[in-house]
Structure formats: C-alpha cells, structure tokens
Design a protein around this ligand. Structure first.
Ligand code: PLP
Length: 395
C-alpha cells in the first residue's frame, strides 16, 4: 500500500456570492475552533438553551419547540414533512422552483396524497390559489410553500396564509431557508405551524444545522400520529426529549462545534437587530440590481416579489453565462450561481445573504462582471454598472 501524500489544507479565499453557503464572520469561525464539551455536559446544555432562546427571537415566535436539527436545510425540510405527513394524508405543495419540487418529492416518499400547485419559475402563489385548492380538496393535512425560492429569486407572500389554512383545519409549513435572518419571517404573527431554515444562508454560518420551530397546533398533530415516523433520526418525538430542558435524553450526539457556530452567528444577528439587518439586505440588493440592469440583465422573478437575499437575473442576451461565471471564480475569486432546471444557462443567481450583503461585495462583483463581459467581447463601458450601484447608494 502506498501512503497517500496529501498537502496541508489551504483553500482559496473566495468571496461567496452564490446561492449558499454565504460568507462567515470570523467570530463564528473562532467559536468553531474552541474546545469541545461533551454533548450532555451541563455547560453544553446551557449553550443549547441559549441557542433556542435566540432562535425564537429570530423566528419571532414564542414556540417552546424551537430547535436546531443536525443536518443541512434539507434535513429541516425532511424533518418538517416526515413528522407531519402520514400515508394517505392530503398535502398541498406550491411548486415554482427546485425547492418546491423537493417538498413535493418528500410528500410522495411519506405516502402522502400530493396536490401539486404549479406556477412558472419566478412567479408566486396568490392566496386565492391556495384557498381554491383547500376548498376543492376538502380534508387537507398541510399546505407547504417555499418563502424564498432560491432557484428563481421569488418571494412567496405569507400574510394571511396561516389563517386560510387554519380555517380549514390544515397546518402551514414554510421553508425559510433563504429568508431567515435576511427578511422578515414572523412565525407567530403569520400563524406558521412548521418553519425550518438552514444555517448556511442568511444566518451566515457554515452548513450543518437546520433551525426548526413547531407551533403547539403542529405538535398536537405530531403527537396524534397513528404510525411511527419512518425516519428514526428525524423523529421529533425523540428529538424533543433531547432538547427539552430537564430531560436531555440521549438521542444522537449533537454536532458540538456547529452548535457553537450557530450560537455565535445568532448573537451577531441579534446584535445588529432584525429590522436593521433586513434593511441592509434590501439596500444592497437594490444597488446590485441597478448595476446588473446596466449590464443588460433583467430580473427573473415577478415584480414586487423579488428576494433581496437571492438576486436572480436573466443573463444579457447573446452572452454564454458559464464562461463568465468561470472567469469570476478563477480571475476574481468570486462565486456566483448559475441556473437550475429550466433556468440552466439562462440566469445568474447572486446571493447577498448575511455577511455577503455588504457594499464592498456588491461593488466587487459588479466590477468583475464588467471585466469578464468586456473580456468576452461585449461592449461594456468600464464603471457603468458601478456608477449605477453608487447612484443607488447615494439616493
Ligand atoms: C438551500 C435550500 C434548501 C436546502 O438546504 P441545504 O442546506 O442545501 O440542504 C432548502 N430550501 C431552500 C429554499 C434552499 O435555498
């Protein structure tokens, strides 16, 4: 056997402006490198309580059941659905992008009776469409929608949906992976029953945990299940005992360093304040979009429903998009995203999530795009996109 010779790890210093992961504050990286505690150490239990209290503040909820699932955002999605959906349950899912498609896939795997509402990628679901589906289907266990569709840049309006669902005995499940910490997610006011997120998007923490909160109404539904949850790892009845103060029954070993990281990232979110943080995301998105417009890009998502955290634009006509993205990565150390599914080759997705949403990053990516487009033979006046962004900042 040959012993492999592997050099020391020295990743490039990238500016992460893709659909996730986002930039991570040095304080979060420092927290991750602090010594491990045992996961049932009394000191660690205090840390879990602190994380829960801060998650409630960020989710804007009083829900006692507010935890972080071990796993990425998709684990949060899976936990949300496998605990709520039993075989034969009717679940209405809004599908207008990759993540709605994933929700629908999981409902099917749970043996649910999937009612798929579809909209073009970039459009959203008006409440009337959801109400219509609820009326038509009769007994519906849950309605699931994606608040921030990262594959299209569209923002699903949530106001009123919770009430609509509750009037007809259904739960409202919301994917807030690309919104939590970047735009308002008001779990209690919006009457959301199950809401999950991921650490690697607007919370600016590495991927690895999925914040999740359940309303008392959702907990009752989970408790009243006729069948055991088919996933042992994501069964909330057991995970609840692990997170419950006073119980802390061993279920699995929490990823200690990730919990440290989430604790620090939540401290940073709350130090800034939610309102200021949301305003910062909007400000930098407006400047970026102004600059992109100057380069011939047009927004993909419907007017009035555009995400500040994920700016999805159609590429300038006649431009091959992949070589430009490659030039950004290799020439300027900047990562942006391309399209998925029907949008492959047609869009750029520029994430301004958490720490990524900064003026210097907006200006850097616009300057790099100007240069890459000019390099590809487009007539781009140096500084024109930057000027448009600067004008927006000045306004
Ligand atoms: C990123 C994302 C997910 C999945 O999160 P992972 O961390 O990739 O598992 C789910 N929903 C939305 C809207 C996302 O943007």
């Amino acid at each position: 056997m040959v012993t492999p010779s592997v050099p020391e790890l020295k990743p490039s210093s990238r500016l992460l402006l893709g659909p996730g992961p986002s930039m991570v504050h040095p304080r979060v990286l420092r927290a991750m490198s602090t010594p491990l505690l045992g996961h049932l150490d009394p000191e660690f239990l205090v840390i879990m309580n602190e994380v829960q209290a801060m998650l409630r503040a960020v989710f804007q909820t009083e829900n006692a059941f507010t935890i972080a699932i071990s796993g990425t955002g998709s684990a949060g999605m899976e936990a949300a659905l496998v605990n709520v959906v039993e075989p034969g349950d009717t679940v209405v899912v809004g599908v207008n992008g990759v993540f709605g498609t994933r929700l629908a896939d999981i409902v099917g795997r749970c043996g649910g009776n999937l009612v798929k509402l579809e909209a073009p990628w970039g459009q959203v679901f008006p409440p009337e469409r959801i109400e219509e589906a609820l009326k038509k289907e009769g007994k519906v266990k849950a309605v699931a929608v994606v608040h921030a569709e990262t594959s299209t840049g569209a923002q699903q309006p949530l106001d009123g949906l919770g009430k609509l669902c509750h009037d007809r005995g259904a739960l409202l499940v919301v994917d807030a992976v690309t919104s939590l910490g970047g735009l308002p997610v008001e779990v209690d006011r919006q009457e959301i029953d199950v809401c999950y997120s991921g650490t690697q998007k607007c919370l600016s923490c590495p991927p690895g945990l999925a914040p999740l909160t359940l309303s008392p109404r959702a907990l009752e539904v989970v408790k009243a299940r006729k069948h055991k949850v088919q996933s042992w790892y994501l069964d909330l009845s057991m995970i609840a005992d692990y997170w419950a103060e006073g119980k802390r029954a061993y279920h699995h070993t929490a990823p200690i360093s990730m919990v440290y990281a989430l604790r620090e990232s939540l401290r940073i979110v709350l130090e800034e304040g939610l309102a200021a943080r949301f305003a910062r995301h909007r400000r930098h998105s407006a400047a970026l979009m102004a600059g992109l417009g100057e380069l011939g890009c047009t927004p993909n998502a419907a007017e009035g429903h555009r995400l500040p955290s994920l700016n999805c634009v159609k590429t300038p006509p006649g431009v091959e998009e992949a070589p430009i993205r490659k030039a950004l990565l290799t020439g300027a150390d900047i990562e942006i995203g391309g399209g998925l599914g029907p949008l492959v080759g047609k869009v750029w997705r520029i994430g301004l999530m958490g720490e990524s949403a900064r003026q210097e990053h907006v200006l850097a990516v616009l300057a790099a795009l100007e240069q890459a487009l000019a390099g590809a033979g487009r007539s781009v006046k140096p500084g024109e996109a930057l000027a448009a962004a600067a004008a927006t900042y000045a306004a």
